[in-house]
Design a binder for this molecule. Sequence first.
Ligand SMILES: [Zn+2]
Length: 463
Amino acid sequence: MKQIYKTLGALAALALLTPSAFAAEAPKNIIMIIGDGMGPAYTSAYRYYMDNPATSQVESTVFDQLLVGMSSTYSSGTQEHHTKKTYVTDSAASATALSTGVKTYNQAVALDVNDKPLLTLMEYAKSIGKTTGLVVTSQINHATPASFVAHNTYRYNYDDIADSYFDNRVNGNFVADLMFGGGQKYFIRDDRNIVKQFVKAGYQYFDSFDQLSKFDRLPALGLFASSGLGYTFDSPVKYRLLKMVKKATKLLGNPDKGYFLLVEGSMIDWCGHDNDIACAMHEVDGLAKTVEYLKDYVDKRDDTLLVMTADHETGGLSIGAQGVYQWKKDVIKQVKHSMTSIISFLLEGQDPAKLWQEHIGIEIDDKGLAQIVAAQKTAIKAIDESPKEDAEKLKAARTNIRVKLITQVSDVLARLTLTGWTSINHTGADVQVFAHGQSKALFNGHQDNTDIAKKLFKLMGRE
Ligand SMILES: [Zn+2]
């Protein structure tokens, strides 16, 4: 990877020589927000989920207020065939499109189809003297943020990508001045302690969420969990993304050359993969509260642009299902835990009827209960029979068992709430584009996801 970074340094230096006419009216600060997996049905569902039943109309949300356009999300290909176009992207290819303006193949992190490194918005921002930051609810080296900071052929090379956060430099500088999210296990390893290296290089570091208020300067590194931060739904701490973003905007302050800040509501997508509507609504709410804060923040100044989109849709969510003209948000509101927790309880052998009463809270019919009882029995039997001597095989078997159990539980929940899902993975539906503040009109109408990055590069003066 060393050679890659040398090439990028040269690219960034070249970019410095091309000032733009665009730049005079350009926003000084850019806040880019990504709702991972947040397709159009998610923000519609959230509107109805938040609807005040005491009024006759449905109140608009911050997403409705900031909507300006749509974006396509297809990728250039797969790991096997980099240029055999697929309409369904993964998070790495779409993040690369959004971070570099170039289509790539699924699972590639900021590399083109020939595995050549692409200059990212954050690297470019750093090269022109901007302060840079990222705030996410996943591990900070997850596909989306990674596509702004690192370059790798495979998004799941988490250790290698974590190394890049320290090793990849722009004119000798680290790419991100501020990093908040999870990921301790990738940054503090037996073979390398990257946190220690960052601290030695001057970064302020805290590792628990209740120490967030202690950050008082840049550069700053906050890793608040071993991996991702976990679901808002199951966490005693609410609005973590909002709290991290508030701290980030304070720390970034008002630098002379402005800043580029990436914010991701990372876990909406994870709820979508679990076909878990209640979890998705909690995560979208976490993002909505963050966007409301940032909208106010942008309103108070005249030098900042906020652009938000999703990297793709997850799950093929539909509002209404089973041929019924209804969506039962009141039932969804009674659910008390994420699917991940429910599945763990079931695999521990908890009694489904009792579990349903205590941890889910919605009324279940005999058909639904029988379905869960049977699924639990099958899953526990399969775990007992899975190959214990081979760790890899055991992991794969457990994933498979978990997916099967989720399918059954989510099927019951979907039926009781009239929510529809067509996949446990991504779909190719277009996603929304939202913008606010200076130059927001540039994002009106339909565009490809690569156009969003191209416009942002242009606003920062790169031709
Ligand atoms: Zn996903």
